[in-house]
Design a protein around this ligand. Structure first.
Ligand code: NDP
Ligand SMILES: O=C1O[C@H](COP(=O)(O)O)[C@@H](O)[C@H](O)[C@H]1O
Length: 503
């Protein structure tokens, strides 16, 4: 395996063509091209790399360069050479218009790719499917038939959503297997590419102090929290067909939970890690409707400005009951986690943008300092917070004597805030994941059986919600979400750590 960015001697041996299918779209512009430029800027791409945009929209190479040029930024600290590098990068970008199911059009793309591959020992081709899911299979078929590499590898990154339930997942999966082998499919969940998520296994398995505490014996509950302070703006059409459970909880939050709760893998090999994830996912109980709270944001007028409700989005059908907020209590039926609630909470149009994991520990038995800590024992227990974004960091809430005469105890933090400790920019998740795919590193991509189990756990409750037409509880735009989330937490003896910290 060639490891680009690390083994420079390999860089001249083969060509790399990266094809962004759906190049005219939102994700391509917002994330994929900026990530590719950031990799190029950091010299992580091989010498003979070229980028091809592919979509139905008609554009010349020049127009395409203009389109993506506007979204590239020189955000890296050493940006003095950035203008020149940007021009170099753009000169390696090309655009090929075409239909998604057309072998002929993908053949024309292949002919253009071949031009830059001539004379090199191997030509590797990476297709990033940044398109709506209803055309994944058509593209996989046409691209693999007409534009696969004959001398190197061909890989495809497939975006979410990967199905809507167990049945549609299986259909999509079977269809993709008609064109691609498992080792060619890179199912992306961009949360796995975030710095703090990569660090989760390091934190657990490289520190003696955590692993012994990582069980029902010491942990009271685990909270995986995602909140955004903006609504579906512009993506309502997509979002309404899926809802927040499918958009965020069944994938991003469940993946985080699996990494958090799995047993130690035999090695850092992708298959060993993914075997452990599948094992713990299988041990999760079916999610029950009585353990879920659903919400939908409504409009709110504040200081003379009206923030639109979900139903005010023109792309959302009138009277939609699609949830934009959900909190679910999930349980793992195994010896390590029996009885520990994992609370997964996600919402749009809330009061802040944050993603974090909160681990609340049990009370110290026979606590000597009980009367010094006040009556609120919830506030006096240790809590480990892994802040995924923004202001990435890890902190542990501990009880500490307030310095000075007398004996006053205070809850304070052992704090590792990344920007205070590390003078380096954190790579965007898409940078890391695209580079991993180029290097053939599958650890942070999702295997088919992981998704199969993930859908098994959520499909029954999603169907029940839809069949019963469960009405979401309304919450105002910019609020802390529906009150029902507090009742759900209280039912399981939990207080939301993010809301306590806000007080
Ligand atoms: N945008 C985001 O923030 C995120 C997106 N994703 C996923 O990434 C993928 C791409 O997302 P995004 O860029 O937002 O998608 P877009 O809706 O912007 O679609 C991408 C491109 O696909 C083509 N397209 C759109 N609709 C259709 C259609 N019905 N039939 C055929 N072609 C169509 C269009 O290109 P043209 O008309 O030129 O052919 C469009 O520019 C999706 O699977 C999405 O779920 C995942 C996480 C976040
Ligand atoms: O996958 C998705 O993620 C984004 C949030 O990603 P982030 O990296 O900006 O936190 C979310 O807005 C979107 O609805 C969802 O599809």
């Amino acid at each position: 395996m060639q490891v680009y960015g690390l083994q420079e001697e390999n860089w001249n041996e083969s060509a790399l063509s990266i094809v962004v299918v759906g190049a005219s779209g939102d994700l391509a512009k917002k994330k994929i091209f900026p990530a590719l430029f950031a990799l190029y800027y950091q010299d992580m791409l091989p010498n003979h790399f070229r980028v091809f945009g592919y979509a139905r929209s008609k554009m010349s190479d020049e127009e395409f360069r203009e389109l993506i040029g506007g979204s590239l930024t020189c955000r890296l600290s050493d940006s003095k050479d950035c203008g020149r590098k940007m021009d170099d990068f753009l000169s390696r970008c090309f655009y090929q218009p075409g239909q998604y199911a057309s072998d002929e059009d993908f053949g024309a793309l292949a002919a253009r790719m071949s031009e830059g591959e001539a004379g090199l020992a191997a030509a590797d081709r990476l297709f990033y499917l940044s398109i709506p899911p209803n055309i994944f299979t058509a593209v996989a078929g046409a691209a693999s038939r007409a534009a696969s590499s004959q001398t190197g590898w061909t890989r495809m990154i497939v975006e979410k959503p990967f199905g809507k339930d167990s049945e549609s997942f299986k259909q999509l999966s079977d269809e993709l297997y008609q064109h691609l082998r498992e080792d060619q499919i890179y199912r992306i969940d961009h949360y796995l590419g975030k710095e703090l998520i990569e660090n989760l296994t390091v934190l657990r398995f490289a520190n003696l102090v955590f692993e012994p505490l990582w069980s029902r014996q010491y942990i009271r509950n685990v909270q995986v929290i995602f909140s955004e302070n903006f609504g579906t703006e512009g993506r309502g059409g997509y979002f309404d067909q899926y809802g927040i459970v499918r958009d965020v909880i069944q994938n991003h939050l469940l993946q985080i939970m699996a990494l958090f709760a799995m047993e130690q893998p035999a090695s850092l090999d992708a298959e060993d890690i993914r075997n452990e994830k599948v094992k713990v996912l299988k041990s999760i109980q079916q999610v029950r409707l009585e353990d879920c709270v659903l919400g939908q944001y409504r409009s709110r007028t504040t200081k003379g400005t009206t923030l639109p409700g979900y139903l005010d989005d023109d792309t959302v059908p009138p009277n939609s009951i699609t949830p934009t907020f959900a909190a679910c209590a999930v349980f793992v039926n195994n010896a390590r986690w029996d009885g520990v609630p994992f609370l997964l909470k996600a919402g749009k149009a809330l009061h802040s943008r944050v993603a974090e994991i909160r681990v609340q520990f049990r009370h110290v038995p026979g606590n000597l300092y009980r009367n010094k800590l006040g009556v609120d024992l919830d506030k006096a227990t240790n809590e480990l917070v892994i802040r995924i974004q923004p202001n990435e960091g890890i902190y542990m809430k501990i009880n500490n004597k307030v310095p000075g005469l007398g004996l006053r105890i205070d809850s304070t933090r052992l704090d590792l805030t990344y920007k205070a400790k590390y003078d380096t920019h954190l790579p965007d998740a898409y940078e890391r994941l695209i580079l991993d795919c180029i290097n053939g590193d599958r650890r942070l991509f999702i295997r088919n059986d992981e998704l199969e189990v993930a859908w098994e756990k959520f499909t029954p409750v999603l169907k029940e919600i839809e069949q019963r037409g469960v009405q979401p509880e309304l919450y105002p735009y910019g609020s802390r979400g529906p009150v029902g989330a507090h009742y759900l937490a209280a039912k399981h003896g939990v207080r939301w750590g993010d809301l306590v910290d806000d007080e």
